[in-house]
Each structure stands twice: as structure tokens, then as C-alpha cells.
Design a protein around this ligand. Structure first.
Ligand SMILES: *Cc1c(COP(=O)(O)O)cnc(C)c1O
Length: 228
């Protein structure tokens, strides 16, 4: 087995254990392998080990890599999206994780309509209200949720967050809990289910699962340290 196959197996085992610790079914949690910056050969090793679901944070990388990999793979865009890239990326990805403004949501909605698609999206929440981070602050999303629900091509599936980085995984717990509580509140406010919670990365995905994550985004713990 390759190193990547070994590490994938280890992550899947840890995912299962954390789900069980929390009284959840492991099948409720999708492992999104974040392949940004890693070359296609490396991604192939993960595919050979059975991984289907991949995340990239730049449209350019999706465009470059996808044609060189099997068509059965599923791709999620996890980085911020600029309006001039929407038309290119919509047909290529199954989900957009980081809708961070009403303006970009409007663009995705309009172009989705033109392409005959119903894009699945997540609303990015800036859980710690950091000025350096993308996403709606909790108060901004309360005020703007209606404007998002007016966009009738969008399938708004849930929420995602990138908490302030702390190498100690337990330090992320309060932000994961906060995202879950905001999700619960938005479900009541909007009167629609938001089943997807995209939260947790290499260093804290187990805590995220304990707090309800349904997608964990794991890169370096599978593929090794990134060069940049
Ligand atoms: C890079 C990235 C990840 C994965 O980070 P790792 O620490 O390598 O697991 C997860 N989510 C987003 C939004 C990212 O940009």
C-alpha cells in the first residue's frame, strides 16, 4: 500500500471512531479529500485507495486537474469564488462550500439558470467574526437569509466555517458548536432544512464530527505537508 492509502485508511478509521463516540453513524460523515496544491499523480493514489470525493479551493486547479482524472470523481469547490469564474466552475463541481455574499449567490443563481443547473451551495459563516476572514457574520446572515432564499435556482444545503487556526483541536470545539447552533437558528428563521455542516480539517476533524459535522475537509493529513 502507498503512504497515501495508509493515511486515508487511518483517517477513515478515526472518522468512524469519532462518529461512534458521538453516537452517530459513520455514514453520516463524508470525507472530502482536499487535494489543493497536490499534483494529479498524488490524487491518483487516493483514487486507487477508493477515494471519490475531492475538494479544491481554486477554480483554475479544478480546470487543470479534472480532465486528467477519472470522470467518476466528485468535486467540491471550498475556496472563495469570484463572479468571473462562476460560469466555468458550475458544470464541474457538485457543491460550492463558501458562498460568502449575496452578490456571489446572485451570480451563481443567474448563471446556474442560464446553464440549466441547480447549484448546491453552503453558506460560509465567519464564526469568530474575524476581519481577515470571508463569510457572513452571524448577524449578517440573520439579516440576509431572506435575500438568499429568494434565489430560486440555488439548493442551499447548509453552512460551513473555517475557525481561527489553533493547533489544539479542542480550541475549535466552541466554533463548531457555534456553527451548529447558527444552523439550527437559520433553519427556524428560513423554514427550510440545512442538513450539511462542513467543518473540521486535518488537525481538528474529530472534534468537528463530535459536534455534528457531515463533511470534514481533510488535506495534509492524507496527502502530506503542502509545499506552499
Ligand atoms: C486547505 C483547506 C482545508 C484542508 O486543510 P488541511 O489542514 O490540509 O486539512 C480545508 N478547508 C479549506 C477551506 C481549505 O482551504
Amino acid at each position: 500500500m502507498s503512504d497515501i492509502a495508509d493515511r486515508l485508511q487511518e483517517i477513515r478509521d478515526r472518522l468512524t471512531k469519532s462518529a461512534e463516540r458521538a453516537g452517530r453513524k459513520p455514514e453520516e460523515v463524508d470525507l472530502l479529500a482536499v487535494s489543493k496544491t497536490y499534483p494529479v499523480e498524488t490524487i491518483h493514489e487516493a483514487v486507487d485507495a477508493g477515494q471519490i470525493l475531492f475538494g479544491e479551493n481554486r477554480v483554475q486547479e479544478v480546470l487543470l486537474k479534472q480532465p486528467q482524472l477519472p470522470g467518476k470523481l466528485q468535486w467540491h469547490l471550498i475556496g472563495p469564488l469570484q463572479s468571473n469564474k462562476v460560469r466555468k466552475v458550475l458544470p464541474l463541481v457538485q457543491m460550492i462550500h463558501a458562498v460568502d455574499s449575496v452578490d456571489i449567490a446572485k451570480d451563481i443563481n443567474r448563471i446556474g439558470g442560464e446553464l440549466g443547473l441547480h447549484p448546491k451551495v453552503l453558506i460560509e459563516i465567519n464564526v469568530a467574526a474575524e476581519s481577515s476572514k470571508h463569510g457572513f457574520t452571524p448577524s449578517a446572515i440573520r439579516a440576509q437569509l431572506d435575500a438568499l432564499y429568494e434565489l430560486d435556482r440555488l439548493y442551499i444545503q447548509g453552512v460551513m466555517c473555517i475557525p481561527p487556526f489553533d493547533p489544539v483541536a479542542e480550541k475549535s470545539r466552541r466554533y463548531f458548536k457555534m456553527l451548529r447552533e447558527i444552523r439550527d437558528e437559520l433553519e427556524k428563521l428560513g423554514g427550510a432544512p440545512l442538513p450539511v455542516l462542513s467543518m473540521g480539517m486535518s488537525h481538528d476533524f474529530e472534534v468537528a464530527i463530535e459536534e455534528g459535522a457531515t463533511i470534514v475537509r481533510v488535506g495534509s493529513a492524507i496527502f502530506g505537508a503542502r509545499g506552499k
